[in-house]
Design a protein around this ligand. Sequence first.
Ligand code: ZN
Length: 60
Amino acid sequence: MQCPECGSKVRFQLSDVAAQRTVRCGRGHAMKLEDKGGGARKADKAMKDLEKSIKRLGRR
Ligand SMILES: [Zn+2]
């Protein structure tokens, strides 16, 4: 994602979008992440479920 103010790159995690957190670009501009339609939340949950099943596999 790019900062709408200065165009510099903004780094964030999928979980930040799911939680609709406010993130800052490298120059300190704040912007609120929106999880439109809840897609990020679903994807984040799917990722966590996948991690859990991988961990479960590793234990065997
Ligand atoms: Zn910026």
